[in-house]
Ligand binder design. Structure first.
Ligand code: GDP
Length: 446
């Protein structure tokens, strides 16, 4: 086994950088670099690192002996000063002394190989690092602590029970399974299917935590798109202006909407024009509309609904959308405003902030993700979702085959497949190819 090394903190300048080594030579390399005879494990040691008797840096060394470490191997963490030149010198010196550069996710892969964590936990570490909102962090932390594997464990145990019953019936051909056993199998299958189904259904909300959503604000000039954008983003980013068509491009900002990472895009005024720049902006608007997971169609509630509004309403009729009736603070405001029956309408005032809470709640509801923060364990990873769907398919096949009283062998095939798919979520039955595909999505140093 090689000894790997990588910078574990982000590249660039900072007060500190952490370089990590893992493998059989880790301790030896570190003591050589520090000119120390020995080093006490799990104790921070302030020491100088040397190369050709020149001091590279004064660092803190911490050693962890196998198997009591992150990877299950000997591990050394070097906290040095956060200069790219210092980091390079240290890493180069480790390479001279027999280390090799770590590949993406290689530390985590070693932890997995040495049984320190399972695959679902390894993926949760990656998701935790890339989380953008508190809710996403919480979900990743739950999965990192093994909650997904713990939830799947009883399903697996129940399937094994059924498999054992059927296998034993196979061995003693003359003894058909007694009726109570048959209904027991029937019930167990139904309960596992229900459990798998419930878990996979949580992906609807869970996927949004990692992937986020695109929300596009559209409307004719002057209805208050930029004002609404600013209110939602809660700081001034778009130029608020009374001159129609001045928002010439699309502006985007990432916001945390009830735990969901949302990219909010303010579009240029949708209208026909001969102005070159503005035409470009309008093209982008069309693109932003077609890319959006949700469109906020903004209308001026204090004004008549005109042809441009109607045009936008008909163009977005097939999209997931909310109608936002803006300027509710004005006396001429009419909430329905000739727009009855076009979809869910929310009255707001981007100026006073009135109705914005309702708008946020309606957005979350429409995105099918209300309360992601308060729900239990959610499936956030498409690989897990896909495997759960396949598990369910196999279980349903087993269920119908069993009900039709086909031979035990025919019921056993899909049951074994279902067990295999569940095992692939936690990595017990995952092939090398799949593992390398998954770990290619990790960053180096993790
Ligand atoms: P956009 O062209 O759709 O982006 O519209 P703007 O956000 O630039 O707003 C156009 C005009 O409407 C500006 O003068 C805003 O101050 C005004 N406005 C926007 N929202 C409101 C609102 O809720 N109430 C009132 N009274 N005026 C608003």
């Amino acid at each position: 086994m090689s000894t790997i090394v990588a910078l574990s903190t982000p590249r660039g300048r900072g007060a500190l950088a952490v370089i990590r080594l893992s493998g059989p030579l880790a301790i030896n390399i570190a003591t050589q670099m520090a000119g120390l005879g020995d080093i006490e494990p799990r104790k921070a040691k302030l020491t100088k690192l040397l190369r050709d008797e020149q001091i590279i840096d004064e660092v803190i060394l911490t050693c962890f002996l196998a198997p009591h470490s992150l990877t299950g191997e000997d591990v050394v963490e070097i906290s040095c000063h956060g200069s790219p030149a210092v980091v390079r010198e240290i890493v180069d010196r480790v390479l001279e002394l027999g280390g090799v550069l770590a590949g993406p996710g290689e530390f985590t892969l070693r932890a997995l190989t040495n049984g320190k964590i399972n695959l679902a936990q390894a993926e949760a570490i990656r998701d935790l690092i890339s989380s953008q909102t508190d809710a996403a962090v919480k979900q990743a932390a739950r999965q990192m602590n093994g909650e997904l594997s713990n939830t799947l464990q009883p399903f697996k145990e129940k399937l094994v029970e059924v498999i054992v019953l059927l296998e034993s019936a196979l061995e003693f051909v003359e003894d058909d399974l007694p009726a109570p056993r048959l209904s027991e199998i029937e019930e167990t299958l139904a309960s596992v299917i229900a459990g798998v189904d419930k878990l996979s259904a949580s992906f609807n909300a869970g996927r949004l935590l990692q992937d986020g959503v695109r929300v596009t604000i559209a409307g004719r000039p002057n209805v208050g798109k930029s004002s609404l954008f600013n209110s939602l983003v809660a700081h001034e980013r778009a130029i608020v202006t009374e001159i129609p068509g001045t928002t010439r491009d699309t502006l985007s900002e990432a916001i945390d909407l009830g735990g969901i990472p949302v990219v909010l895009t303010d579009t240029a005024g949708v209208r026909q024009t001969t102005d070159g720049i503005e035409t470009l902006g309008i093209e982008r608007t069309h693109r932003a509309l077609s890319d959006a997971d949700l469109v906020l169609v903004v209308l001026d509630g204090a004004d008549e609904v005109g042809p441009a509004d109607r045009d936008l309403l008909s163009r977005t009729a097939e999209s997931r959308r909310l109608i936002v009736m803006n300027k509710s603070d004005l006396p001429s405001f009419g909430s329905a405003n000739g727009c009855v029956g076009v979809g869910r309408t929310i009255n707001v005032s981007a100026r006073t902030g009135d109705g914005l809470d309702e708008l946020r709640a309606a957005m979350l509801e429409t995105l099918n993700s209300s309360g992601v923060e308060n729900q239990g364990l959610l499936i956030t990873n498409v690989r897990h979702y896909d495997l759960l769907c396949r598990t369910k398919q196999e279980l349903e096949l087993a269920q119908t085959t069993f009900r039709d009283r086909h031979s035990e062998e025919l019921v056993l095939v899909p049951l074994h497949n279902a067990l295999k798919y569940l095992g692939q979520i936690t990595g017990e039955t995952t092939t090398e190819d799949i593992l390398s595909e998954i770990f290619a999505t990790f960053c180096i140093g993790k």
